[in-house]
Design a protein around this ligand. Sequence first.
Ligand code: C2E
Ligand code: CA
Ligand code: CA
Length: 708
Amino acid sequence: MPSSSVRQRRSSLSTSLPVDRARVLDTLVNNLEGMAYRCLNDSRWSMLFVSQGCLELTGYGPEDLVNDGCVSWEELTFPEDRMRVRGEIAHAIAAGKRFAVQYRIVTSAGQVKWVIERGIAVADETGQPVIEGFIEDVSQRHMTLEALEHAELRYRHIFEHASEGIFQTTRDGRYLAANPALAKLYGYAAPDELIADLSDIERRLYVKESRRQDFRRLMEAHGEVINFESEVYRRDGSKIWISENAHIVHGANGEFICYEGTVQDITERRSYQEQLERQANHDLLTGLPNRNLLGDRLQQAISRAERLGYFLALVFIDLDNFKFINDSLGHAAGDELLVEVAARLRACLRTSDTVARQGGDEFVLVLNDHYRVNSIISLLERVLVEVGRPVNLSGRDFQVGASLGVALYPQDGLDAESLLKHADVAMYAAKDRGRNNFQFFTRELNHMADERLNLETAMRTGIDQDEFMVYFQPKVDHRRRIVGVEALARWNNPDFGMVAPDRFIPIAEETGLIHPLTDVIMRKAFVAAASWAPTHGHPIQIAVNLSPKLFLSEEIVARVASLLRDAGLPPERVELEITESVFLGDSERAVRILSEFKDLGVGLAMDDFGTGYSSLSYLRRFPLDIIKIDRSLVTGLEHEEEVAMIARAVISLGQSLRKTVVAEGVENQAQFDFLRYQGCDEFQGYLISRPIPAADFVELLMRTGGQL
Ligand code: C2E
Ligand code: CA
Ligand code: CA
């Protein structure tokens, strides 16, 4: 009888223990959730003892189980699990170890439960081998685990099959995990390959290295990044655009674990967007900015001119014969012509200028940073010449002219609208005037342009009549001691009065008069300089300007040498100022002439540095002794941080290349102080002295002893 056996067991416990302890143990065992047992290691797991918990666990009472009263444990065990359970228990017993085995049982009600059985083989009080242990219900835990496993599986599925790239990375830019989509996106066959190869995200992935820093900064500040767009390299070196969404993963205690996020390829959208932007802002045929972008550029140019106090010129261009060509040769030829004109216009301008297509055969130029109307006039003349060159269309040469109308900021209008309107008005005036010319909106300026023609004739006689003279503008060192002068041409004409070199030098260059003119200027300058006594124990250097056209002409070196001999002036006292346009064409020839001048012994200065094509590489490549920082940079110092930066860069580069750095156009003490502080060597400008005639300069020297 099972019940008697249980009683027997209880009495045996109670005999060896004090009553209290037996009762406590009894209560404990019988109130455990789960079932304590003792059984035989036989084919039925015959139970010798089971605790009360067996009822809840199996639906059978102790009496049903003990001595296999109604069912054996073997029978309770889920059939498919029986072999495994037996195997695991046997294995543990053989090794003399405890066992823990999970399996299913079937309750009296037919319900399947997961249990865990923990036990050990021992000898009972009589020395008989038995198994004692504890079996508890783990169905709940099992279900949760299973659910977890399923979830994990589901997430894995998402991770593996997502079309977006998914990653986990460390702060310092290594991959912890990547999914196949990410691998594919970056050009790898599998995630492992990506993780192994792409070990330095900052340097290997982002085209712009600073992007990773940006990413980290955002992460640390906000804990996430949203739609973070960057250009990245794929494995084969090609570039794509991606968008990242990511966040920081924290541990239970708030500690940093990793960055985690997704990556999307947005290359197509990006290029589409760029294309749209280009289309919105550029003319499809010529690729030039369209009306839209012109508005922006003009607005910027106005603010810049306002800030810096330069002229801004807005030029309306209308082609003269376009309609004729378009009608007679067809649209294709018309298009070809427009493309060609666009290219020529672009070639005339500096990069800071804008040429836009306004529509039809109308173009607009925005010319920045001119501080003299004359330089605008020279540029427009070049535009007329360029546009006027024959264009080959369908095998025949055609000549197209242009009518140009010019409005200047600030005198012809303070805003974009009025400038455009006035340039348009001026353009019609140019058409009325018989085409292929330009007209300013302001009448007096047209007068100035017309004057050029008269000037040319007057110059020829002026040279013969000795109307040209030289003014001298002192250059001082950082203690304001005179170290040299620049010779500047002046023309005193009975009809025009004093004519400034800006007005006659360009004409002289175009007409070839620059040759005889330069002879006159140099002779006068050299003769004067030869007569000056040294100041502070140093002879006064004399700088003369050499037109680029002349510089590249034949025998210029021999000419200068002979003028020096005639004046009795040592070549060492002379500095020739040339502009960088000299290097734009045949630079080998330029280098050859430079070294011939060097051999002669004269110094060489790069004039107007910091404007136009300014390239610091010229300074390295060509044997120049002096750099003259352009007046526009000096003027801009106080107004624009960018200008100050360029000036600083030029000065420090000049210093490192051991060149003398001269600042010209120094008009006030603040500019002088800034430039001196930056390490400029010499200073020239109205602050120190205006250009003055030779006699005045000699008088100045005597009066001041060369200390200004
Ligand atoms: P440049 O060589 O850059 O000469 C400096 C010009 O800046 C001179 O104008 C001078 O008077 C002016 N200037 C000097 N200090 C200041 C200042 O503090 N503020 C302002 N606003 N202007 C200042 P200039 O004499 O009218 O000469 C103009 C240009 O004509 C020269 O520019 C140079 O390119 C050319 N030039 C002058 N003489 C000759 C010459 O004999 N031969 C050649 N080929 N060109 C010459
Ligand atoms: Ca000069
Ligand atoms: Ca200059």
